[in-house]
Design a protein around this ligand. Structure first.
Ligand code: NDP
Ligand code: DGY
Length: 322
């Protein structure tokens, strides 16, 4: 059997694949994305595909792969880059990497929240550019988690892990929204299930940790931001497309909301001349939520094991239910 790997991945994952003796590997061995033409050529006739979140695995790719393709293993928990309906129709199984990246992503979400609400990048810049002239009572003030209301959009694995980490900062109230109430998960934080509009209106911090679906696409839009308090901080570590970025920009420029921290944007990378990058009250990171050495190593091994199990027609360590 043959598999195509669309990117350079940690050594551990590649070793797991090559030492298993289950399939021969063809790899786009680069840190940069595989060009579309190479992807289409690379998948042709393959039985397995190991991809990353920046590869759009759509009908064209599936057609190019042909009927041999039985398993797609993505090095991510997010699956919005996969044409799931089309994949299901063709009887292809999907492996993904939940849980093992939850802690790293939650840590980064908290780091981004604190960096944004306490204006860390702006403060560091002031130290370097001479803006720090003396201690000033009114200078570089931000917002505190202590006594605050935090609204979590998507109380899933990462949403819960974020809440768990924020609670010891003295958060007073947790709100959450999603497709249905989850009392079994919410009880730990005494979190209240509320409609999206109420979450926007009452939260001092909004943290977006939902998956990107047709329902969540563009969910944080003009109406949403207009309901937020002028003193509130917006954090997104899910997917860029959950946010209408033009509406976010207007909300930040007009002072409708206090600040935003984004680990994910549309597009990725965000062009260096993008208007959001000109704002002091917007902290943008290059999609590094799961980027710890240990987590990326574990993700690569899990993705490899999902692929191998799929090729052997065995049960996968983590299979997406289609
Ligand atoms: P989970 O499946 O555990 O959680 C997803 C959450 O999204 C669920 O709680 C779900 O709630 C919620 N959701 C779905 N539809 C809606 C909706 N209409 N409104 C509000 N919430 C909704 O996934 P994970 O927590 O493991 O991961 C979440 C996402 O985080 C991933 O899909 C990925 O896009 C992103 N991610 C980003 C990383 C980064 O590097 N920045 C790293 C890892 C993940 P319900 O069950 O009620 O539908
Ligand atoms: C994911 O897994 O979906 C993240 O965005 C990257 O780890």
């Amino acid at each position: 059997m043959q598999a195509f790997v669309t990117r350079r991945i940690p050594r551990e994952g590649l070793a797991a694949l090559s030492q298993a003796g289950v399939c021969s590997i063809q790899q786009w061995d680069s840190d940069e994305p595989v060009p579309r033409s190479e992807l289409l050529a690379g998948v042709a006739g393959k039985h397995g595909l190991l991809c990353v979140l920046s590869d759009q695995i759509d009908k064209e790719v599936l057609d190019a792969a042909g009927s041999n393709l039985k398993i797609i293993s993505t090095l991510s928990v997010g699956v919005d880059h996969l044409a799931l309906e089309e994949i299901k129709k063709r009887g292809i199984r999907v492996g993904y990497t939940p849980d093992i990246l939850t802690d790293a992503t939650a840590e980064l979400s908290v780091a981004l929240l604190l960096a944004t609400c306490r204006r860390l990048p702006e403060s560091v810049e002031e130290v370097k550019n001479g803006g720090w002239t003396t201690w000033k009572p009114l200078w570089m003030c931000g917002y505190s988690l202590s006594g605050s209301t935090v609204g979590i959009i998507g109380l899933g694995r990462i949403g819960q892990a974020v809440a768990r980490r924020l609670k010891p900062f003295g958060v007073k109230t947790f709100l959450y929204t999603g497709s249905r109430p989850k009392p079994e998960n919410a009880v730990e934080f005494q979190a209240e299930f509320v409609p999206l509009a109420k979450l926007a209106e009452e939260s001092d911090f909004v943290v977006v940790t939902c998956s990107l679906t047709p329902d969540t696409k563009g969910m944080c839009n003009k109406d949403f931001f207009s309901r937020m308090k002028k003193t509130s901080v917006f954090i997104n570590t899910s997917r860029g497309a959950v946010v209408n970025q033009e509406d976010l920009y207007q909300a930040l420029v007009s002072g409708q909301i206090a600040a935003a921290g984004l680990d994910v944007t549309t597009p990725e990378p965000l062009p260096t001349d993008h208007p959001l990058l000109s704002l002091k009250n917007c902290v943008i990171l290059p999609h590094i939520g799961s980027a710890t050495y240990a987590t990326r190593n574990a993700m690569s091994v899990l993705a490899a094991n999902n692929l191998l199990a799929g090729l052997k027609e065995e049960s996968m360590p983590c299979e997406l239910q289609l």
